[in-house]
Every structure is written in structure tokens, then in C-alpha cells.
Design a protein around this ligand. Structure first.
Ligand code: TRP
Length: 632
């Protein structure tokens, strides 16, 4: 994978002017380079080496194959690791990921990607422009040669042998690959090759965090995040810049993918129903691997239940019980999860982290968080979940079933990594440091033997986790260990935050009373809070408002309507009228007040029906209704 200053010339592996052909007689083709990229990405994950300067050598053998040498690797890998590298490679191909290719000046490459794009042997100083090939969330490398357009164009890459050299601390990974017959022995064209973007503007280039493998070893990943420090989003702190949370930046910073119209279309295709308004309006705006999950769901549908798992996936979400009742922001993931449960007809597990809130909040005793978990479960049940498809569990109670999985996770995450991911430091209590494994464990079906059974097929069951974007760090860690545990990475879908009444600078907080509307508030409290506190994007005077219209992006009442007003046409009318000055803040607030009064009243009625016994039923893991989800 050496680099060169050569400009794009698809024919450069063959003699100039000759077409590129993948055949057994050509030593290096775009398929060889694609296989190498995939293998390198997989190796970085499994062996936890950085991408930077870890390629020691590349050799091509006759026919479709070669050897990649990586280092430093102090220990000889075992059989399990050989298997892991193969499953990781298989997954990257199955996922049919895009392979990017672009040219940048040496200087820009250095400033954007540090050393991450370099091989151990580097690039001669005389080279001024480098071509970079990358697979998002996987690997990045300077590469002089053209490469295939996507990983799925390879049929298979098989690791044939791994040889460790203890003295040099290197590992030779030998491989062979195959391509579908339509790609073999015929000239390739643009449909097959990754198109080289024109020499790029730095602004448009993918940022390093979105390219690196999810192993967290590349310090640059953390540095890149730390640089943009006006905006802080962690599970414990959300601080926006002026003008609110910049969600585009967050996508880049976290390396997540946007929920595109295409994804929404696929959801509609897979469910046969119109997508939820929170999807259509971009409130659930970000995901990881949702496309793959949908691909899998559609495949299961077509094959008609031949797979050993009787449901294509399960849902997992949760709640940290820190307040007596939920506020309407807390409802967002649950309302959305209920929709997912209904349209996909899949089991759902809901984690109540009574342990987390005990460990992270100074003012709460364990007895309190346990009681709050039970009380909050009532609000959750009132969202309408189907008892026959839902398990709610409190960690301090259910821990026995999580613990084996937690141990597998804990063994694979170092303190330094939790420092990087969560910002822990030496004076945090050790319970905090161990906790992320507890939130990670339910991402794996093996933590629910009563639902999915104990057969080996449980290891293949996939998971989707709806959540607010601040929970992503937990699941970045989870997805990283999943690969090394030989288990499927959970897919994620993230929501925006619902702003605090006071405005967009922060999210609604359960611990600041007047920043939120609680599902226990009275109609009068709702009206008072909205009238008094809801930050307005309207103008200072009626005249100005009539003339200029409101700034909807910062107007809290309007933003709440986008979350909770289901009627698209009415919302459209309000959008138009308010932004052009035909409608005034007071009128918009009034509409929100009646909407939330209704919503909260209905919620309270449903909650009043929820008895302690019903909570215990939802919390009973061992129920006959789960039998239908057991894996064969
Ligand atoms: N940590 C979350 C909170 O404080 C609760 C939680 C646990 C969660 N598991 C989850 C949230 C899975 C989303 C998905 O609210």
C-alpha cells in the first residue's frame, strides 16, 4: 500500500491504456487493494493496533491473494482471534460498505489525518499529493492504486494463515479472495471502481473519527473530539454552543450516519407502514448500522422465517431513574420505541439503571433509586407497551443474568479506554468505571435466556437500540467489544434532545424543575410553565413579528410541536404562519398548551390504571409469552 503522486489513472495497474482486469495472472488489482483495506481494518479492531504506521509490509502472491504484515503485536494470536478476524472481515463484506478514494495535498493529509493514513515505511518526502483510500468506521490508508467501489464487490476474503514473529513483533496475515464471476476476466469500469473525488477542498473531506476503526486506540480520535469543545455531549453533560446543539457537527464528531430519506423508505418497506413522524421530521436523525439491520430484516422477510432466530432482531432501551416522574423529553424515546415494537412485532427489553443513578448522583440512596425505578416503570408502561413482548428489568434485581456478559465486556475494556470514551479520571468511584459494561450487556441477546433460550443461535440475534444521542458513548464501546466477542454489533438510532423550556442551549433536565414539563403536571402548571418560561423565537414587538416572522429554530414552543403534534398538515400551517409573521408567539404557545394538556391528561389516565402487580408482571423475566422468541 505504498503511495505515489500519480494522478488518477484507472489503468495504472496494467500498462497505461490497457483496461484493468481482475484475473489470476495479474498481481495487483483494485480487488487486491480492497481486500487489503478490509483486512487491515479488521486487524486493527481485533488486535487493537492503531491504523497509523502499523502496516509493515504488503506482498502479493500469484493469483488472488497476498500477505499483510502488521505490527507491533507482542503476543501471538490464538485460534479465537483468527476466527474473529474472519468474522469481522465477513461482516465488512456483508455490509457492503462504500470505499472512498480521494486525493489531497500532503500537507492537508497530515493536518487532517495525522499519521493515521501512513504505513510504517511512510511516504517519500518528494510526494506532494497523496491518494487516500478509506472505509468509514474501518480504516484509512494512503494508496497509489485504484480500488473497488464497495466492499460487497468482493465475494469473500479468506484468512488462510497467520504467522507471528516474536522477535520483530509482527504478524503476517495471508489471505485469498474471490470476486463474483461477472467481475472476473473482464475490463472494469467506473461502476466497479471507487471514483476519485477531484482534488478536494479540505472542508469536504471526511474527518478522521468517521474513518477510524471502532477500537478507540487511535488517540487522534479523542484529540479530534476534544478540539471542538464549545459543544459538550456526554451521558452526563449536554452543553450547546451559541445557536443550539450543532447536530451536523455531532454526527461528524461521533462518526454516526445521518438518517437519510433512503433509510426512511427502507423502514417503510420493511414495515409496510408510513414512517413515524419523529423519523419523517428528522427528530431521530442519526444511526449506526441501521441500514444493515433493515437489510437483514428485509432478507428475513423474503426467506420467510428460515433463520434459527424467530424474530429478525430485538429492541433495547432504558431509563435512569433519577426523578419521581418522567418529563415529556423522557417520553420521546419510549413513544418512538413503542412505534418500533408495534410495526416490527419484536421483543423489547427496557433497562432501569437504578445502579447508575446511585453511583453518579451524590444525593440519591440506593433504596431511593430502586423505588424510583419501580415508579418510573409505571410511566413507561403507560406509554402502551405490549406486556407479551416487553421485559422491564432493574439492574440491581436482574444483575445475575447480565453478569456473565458484563464480565466478557469488562475483560476487553481498559481503564484508559473508559477515560477516553467517558472522561473518567482517577478520582471517580470505581462503580462508575465498571458501570458502562452494565449498560452494554443488554445489547446482546445472551443476557436474556428466558426470552431467547440458550442455543448457540442466540449469538446471532441482532439488537436495535433507540436512544437520545448523549447515550452513544456507551454503545460505541459496546460495538467495539462486540466484534472482539464474536457477537453482532448492536444497531443504534439516535434522537435529538428536546430543548429545555428556557431554550436551546441545553436539554431538558429532570433535576431542574422549571426547565421541564412533567407527565405529572396539572393543566395549570403546564400552561404557566409554557407561558412563563418557553423561550420564544418571536420578535420583540407585534409589529416586528408581523413584519419578519419568528425564528423557528430557537422557538421552544414550536420545537415541542414538531415532537408531539402528529398532524402534519396542522404543523405545516403553523410553520408557514409563524415564520411569516401571520401567527404570534402567544397563539403558538396556546396551541402547545392544549396539546400537552391533552397528552399529559391521557398519560395520567393510563398511568392510573397501572398497578404494582402489573409492574411486577412486566418485570418477570420468565413468562410463557416469550416462548415464541426462542432461538432454535
Ligand atoms: N443511561 C440511561 C439514562 O441515564 C438509561 C439507559 C440504560 C439507556 N440503558 C439504555 C438509554 C439503553 C437508552 C438505551 O437515562
Amino acid at each position: 500500500m505504498s503511495s505515489g503522486a500519480n494522478r488518477f489513472d484507472p489503468a495504472q495497474t496494467a500498462s497505461p491504456g490497457e483496461p484493468i482486469i481482475i484475473s489470476d495472472s495479474v498481481k495487483r488489482t483494485p480487488a487486491h487493494d480492497a481486500a487489503l483495506l478490509i483486512l487491515k481494518g479488521a486487524a486493527c479492531v481485533v488486535f487493537r493496533v492503531p491504523t497509523a504506521r502499523s502496516t509493515r509490509r504488503v506482498k502479493f502472491s500469484k493469483g488472488c491473494g497476498g500477505t499483510l504484515t502488521i505490527g507491533p503485536l507482542t503476543e501471538e494470536p490464538g485460534v479465537a482471534e483468527q476466527e474473529h478476524i474472519q468474522t469481522t472481515v465477513d461482516a465488512i463484506i456483508e455490509e457492503d460498505r462504500n470505499i472512498l478514494s480521494f486525493e489531497v495535498s500532503r500537507q492537508n493529509a497530515d493536518s487532517l489525518y495525522g499519521e493515521s493514513y501512513l504505513d510504517d515505511f511512510g511516504i517519500p518526502a518528494s510526494v506532494e499529493t497523496v491518494r487516500i483510500c478509506a472505509i468509514p468506521d474501518c480504516t484509512i490508508n494512503a494508496n497509489a492504486y485504484p480500488v473497488l467501489r464497495s466492499t460487497g464487490q468482493l465475494e469473500r476474503v479468506t484468512v488462510t494463515e497467520m504467522k507471528h514473529n516474536a522477535a520483530k513483533q509482527t504478524l503476517d496475515i495471508s489471505f485469498v479472495f474471490s470476486v463474483p464471476s461477472e467481475l472476473k476476466d473482464k475490463p472494469l469500469d467506473e461502476r466497479h471502481l471507487s471514483c476519485l473525488l477531484p482534488p478536494c477542498q479540505t472542508k469536504e473531506l471526511p474527518e478522521l473519527p468517521s474513518l477510524l476503526p471502532p477500537s478507540g486506540v487511535e488517540t487522534a480520535r479523542e484529540e479530534a473530539t476534544a478540539e471542538q469543545d464549545n459543544q459538550v455531549v456526554t451521558p452526563w453533560e449536554v452543553q450547546a454552543e451559541d445557536g443550539g446543539i450543532n447536530y451536523d457537527k455531532l454526527l461528524k464528531q461521533f462518526g454516526c450516519s445521518p438518517v437519510t430519506p433512503n433509510i426512511i423508505k427502507k423502514i417503510e418497506e420493511a414495515t409496510g407502514k408510513r414512517a413515524h413522524h419523529m423519523l419523517r421530521r428528522g427528530l431521530f436523525f442519526s444511526h449506526r448500522d441501521l441500514d444493515l439491520l433493515l437489510h437483514h430484516v428485509l432478507k428475513c422477510k423474503k426467506s420467510g422465517g428460515e433463520s434459527p432466530a424467530p424474530c429478525p432482531f430485538y429492541l433495547y432501551t432504558g431509563r435512569g431513574p433519577s426523578s419521581e416522574s418522567l418529563h415529556i423529553g423522557h417520553l420521546v424515546p419510549f413513544v418512538f420505541t413503542k412505534y418500533l415494537q408495534d410495526v416490527f412485532d419484536v421483543p423489547l427489553v427496557i433497562q432501569m439503571t437504578d445502579d447508575e443513578k446511585f453511583l453518579f448522583k451524590d444525593n440519591l440512596h440506593l433504596g431511593q433509586t430502586q423505588r424510583l425505578a419501580f415508579e418510573n416503570a409505571k410511566d413507561i408502561i403507560a406509554c402502551g407497551f405490549d406486556v407479551n413482548k416487553t421485559l422491564i428489568f432493574a439492574n440491581t434485581d436482574y444483575i445475575k443474568y447480565l453478569y456473565p456478559t458484563m464480565l466478557e465486556i469488562q475483560k476487553r475494556v481498559t481503564f484508559n479506554q473508559t477515560r477516553g470514551i467517558f472522561g473518567f479520571n482517577g478520582s471517580d468511584n470505581i462503580g462508575k468505571i465498571a458501570f458502562p459494561a452494565c449498560q452494554a450487556a443488554p445489547s446482546f441477546a445472551e443476557a436474556f435466556p428466558f426470552i431467547f433460550g440458550n442455543s448457540p443461535a442466540v449469538k446471532t440475534i441482532k439488537c436495535l437500540i433507540p436512544q437520545a444521542i448523549d447515550q452513544d458513548p456507551y454503545f460505541r464501546m459496546t460495538r467495539d467489544v462486540a466484534v472482539r466477542m464474536g457477537l453482532p454489533k448492536p444497531a443504534l438510532i439516535h434522537s435529538r434532545f428536546i430543548p429545555a423550556l428556557q431554550g436551546y442551549k441545553t436539554k431538558m433536565s429532570g433535576s431542574v424543575e422549571c426547565s421541564s414539563i412533567y407527565v405529572s403536571d396539572s393543566p395549570k402548571e403546564i400552561a404557566d410553565k409554557i407561558n412563563k418560561f418557553a423561550f420564544s423565537g418571536g420578535r420583540a414587538t407585534t409589529e416586528e413579528q408581523r413584519q419578519f416572522g419568528a425564528d423557528l429554530t430557537v422557538d421552544v414552543a414550536y420545537q415541542y410541536l414538531t415532537f408531539f403534534l402528529e398532524d402534519d398538515q396542522e404543523l405545516e400551517r403553523i410553520t408557514e404562519a409563524y415564520s411569516t409573521g401571520k401567527m404570534l408567539t402567544g397563539e403558538v404557545k396556546q396551541r402547545l398548551i392544549t396539546l400537552l394538556q391533552d397528552l399529559v391528561r391521557q398519560h395520567q389516565e393510563r398511568r392510573a390504571q397501572v398497578t404494582d402487580d402489573m409492574v411486577r408482571e412486566f418485570m418477570n423475566p420468565d413468562r410463557p409469552c416469550f416462548a415464541r422468541f426462542r432461538a432454535k
